[in-house]
Structures are given as C-alpha cells and as structure tokens.
Design a protein around this ligand. Structure first.
Ligand SMILES: [Zn+2]
Length: 77
C-alpha cells in the first residue's frame, strides 16, 4: 500500500500544525531581570548572539532562538 504524500495535509492536520507552533511560541523562554544586563544568549544550539538590556531599552530577544530578556522594574525606590 502506498503512503500518502506528507505534503498532502488535510485542513484538520494543518490546523493542528498551526496550533502546535503557537504552543511553542507560547513556551518560549523568558528571562526576567531586575537590573540592566549585557551578555550572550546561553543557547548553544546556535552561534553566539549578544543581548543588551538597559533602562532605555528594557527588553531584547535573541535573533536565533527568540529567547527574551525583560527588565522588570518592580522595585520602588
Ligand atoms: Zn538564543
């Protein structure tokens, strides 16, 4: 018996595929910082990518894996 082409997705399968992708995005790693920080993304699956978070630019995402660093200023002086 011939296998059906894997590119021949039914609309149901296509919907499930989209849903899985959205779940992946939802689960993306986030790092919350309380102070400005500069360094490299710690994901070793891709080339080094430098991350810089400052008071002026309070978030930065890795170009390769979209890991997100966010400066949260919840401390009140
Ligand atoms: Zn990364």
């Amino acid at each position: 018996m011939l296998r059906r082409s894997r590119y021949n997705l039914s609309s149901q399968e296509a919907r499930e595929k989209t849903l899985r992708r959205m779940e992946l995005i939802e689960k993306k790693e986030k790092v919350f910082l309380t102070e400005p920080w500069q360094g490299y993304c710690d994901n070793e699956d891709h080339p080094l990518f430098s991350i810089k978070v400052t008071r002026e630019k309070t978030f930065a995402a890795c170009y390769y894996c979209s890991k997100l660093w966010i400066l949260t200023d919840d401390k009140k002086d």
